[in-house]
Design a protein around this ligand. Sequence first.
Ligand code: AKG
Ligand code: FE2
Length: 346
Amino acid sequence: MSVKDMASLGLKEIPGQFRASWQVKKACASNSNGPAIPIIDLAGLHGERRSLIIEQIKTASEEWGFFQVVNHGVSPQLLDETFQEQRKFFELPNLKERLKKYTIYSDKEMSQVAKMENETIRSPSNWRDNMALNYAPNLDAQKWPTEPPNFIEVTLKYNQAVYQLKKELLDALSESLGLPTSLLDDVCGEGQNTNMIYYPPCPEPSKAFGVKPHSDPNTITILTQDEVGGLEVREKHGEWIQVKPTPYAFIVNVGDQLEIFSNGKDKSVEHRVVPNCEKGRFSIGSFAAPFTTHVKPPPELTAKQGQLYNGCTYADYVVRFKKAPVFPTSGHKFIDHLKIPQLPQN
Ligand SMILES: O=C(O)CCC(=O)C(=O)O
Ligand SMILES: [Fe+2]
């Protein structure tokens, strides 16, 4: 049964597999007037504002690992249409079978990972339904949902637009690291999976997670959310900060592969989704990832400071990542397992 169907049964309590027993009650972010993740205006990215924007992206990626972008070039109309198709899809009967049928990753390892998503080793289960569409490197849109009728046409356009934005962002991030413009995209930007997500209303929101605390294993994530909210980010002092919905903005976050590539400069930070007791929430996350390359920092970034992490391929990383215990239980961010012990300075 999909989580959506379960939620529609009118349960007073969530079933046991969703119960987050290792945290009696989550400290809920209560920062309506507190700090907020930076919002960066991309207007003029190819003009005289470029150096200012790159500076802002650098600070946000180093200090927060998260930022929002506006004037990013993806039209509000396309965003509205994509959410509309997504809503229609999630209204269709036999949702669970459809989500299973259409979730496709680009290779064997990634498919294995998808199957592990809700296994008990990663318990509790996430209070959400999701479907991953593979866009690059192996576009297989002919296997995407044929209902609702405009779904493929609209979501293809959406993926194309986000893939272009991904290139712009990786180029800016590469420059922000003092590297040649296209280096980061060349090494880490080839793949894109787009995850269409629905978080149903939850009868016990303080006991379940829409998504458990995690950092993203990929390069960068480009996510858009509706007006409901629920995404929270753990800032560097350990406080949970809400990412307030900003109409037509994209949320961009640094993933583990970028932290590895940038030799620890850009930070892949923990985030989670807290469900809402009244409203369902839709979000769409596109995950840029280096499917075939071996990722390690370029020599320019290791000259002064040694290499911080062992290099790896994404496939290898992500399979091990998904098998590892969830972060707050294990006490480690998964990326810590790749840390190279540093010799004391002097
Ligand atoms: O839906 C969201 O806001 C975040 C989802 C997320 O963090 C993920 O799928 O990795
Ligand atoms: Fe995430």
